[in-house]
Ligand binder design. Structure first.
Ligand SMILES: [Zn+2]
Length: 138
């Protein structure tokens, strides 16, 4: 794919340099058939250096979950070579199986098959707490 022009796809911009691979894995992009470009250490006026991910397809994936990793990234949606949407991911209300509860008495420690679910309890922190024992995520 020509990485400068995308006809229909998604560009994830302003990723903190070095975080691109984490986001690539987080979104499970290796599982898709479409072209994906991870561009590292792009010079940026605002950030010094940044990573960019270009996806040559309008994937139906929940990009707001990226808000947990980095709410400052920019998501651009491109349709027919025109940018139709540009937004920052919102903090997800719930995150599942991304972080683990550190409380040794939490039910997720003994019940291995339980999903690790954290709920957003304060948007300004942001603070996430374990759904089961309310321990704060680090
Ligand atoms: Zn817990």
């Amino acid at each position: 794919m020509n990485i400068d022009s995308i006809t229909n796809g998604i560009v994830i911009d302003h990723i903190k340099a070095g975080k691109g691979m984490e986001i690539y894995k987080f979104l499970g992009l290796d599982a898709y058939e479409c072209s994906v470009a991870l561009i590292k250490n792009v010079p940026s006026k605002k950030m010094g250096k940044k990573d960019i991910i270009k996806i040559d397809s309008l994937l139906d994936i929940d990009l707001n979950a990226l808000g947990y990793i980095d709410p400052n990234i920019t998501i651009n949606v491109i349709k027919n070579e025109v940018r139709t949407e540009k937004y920052h991911p919102e903090l997800p209300e719930r995150i599942t199986n991304i972080i683990k509860c550190k409380n040794p008495r939490c039910i997720t420690t003994t019940e291995q098959e339980l999903p690790h679910i954290f709920k957003l309890t304060d948007k300004n922190g942001p603070v996430y707490r374990c759904l089961y024992c309310e321990t704060k995520a680090q």
